[in-house]
Design a binder for this molecule. Structure first.
Ligand SMILES: [Zn+2]
Length: 113
């Protein structure tokens, strides 16, 4: 079964653009079991290209990351955690920019069956 594709920035369905991207560690989290000396680091890895909807693509090309963060978080998260989520997203997107390997390519639209 194919998982429906979504914009990697705002989660809108059926993104129109694809950014070729090298694999990279998106974030590292400490897992803290009962015995802290035994803690391990969990890496969240980004693999392969990122996809973007038309609007996010426009913002990416215009370097308007704050606009994308608004788009991705407004109305989706309570105000008290929105700032933290925005910061987390922006940090991931900065890494995405560093690991991009080429210009955006248009995605062939998959015809609805
Ligand atoms: Zn989007």
């Amino acid at each position: 079964m194919e998982i429906p594709k979504a914009c990697d920035f705002c989660m809108l369905r059926e993104p129109d653009w694809m950014y070729p991207c090298a694999d990279f560690v998106l974030m590292s989290l400490y897992n803290l079991p009962a015995d802290v000396s035994d803690r391990e680091i969990i890496h969240s890895v980004s693999r392969g290209p990122w996809e973007a909807c038309d609007m996010c693509h426009l913002y990416i090309e215009s370097d308007l990351w704050g606009e994308i963060a608004d788009r991705a978080t407004l109305g989706r998260y309570p105000t008290e955690i929105r700032t933290a989520i925005r910061a987390m997203m922006m940090s991931g997107w900065r890494k995405f920019q560093l690991h991009r390997t080429g210009p955006a390519q248009r995605v062939e639209k998959r015809k609805a069956a």
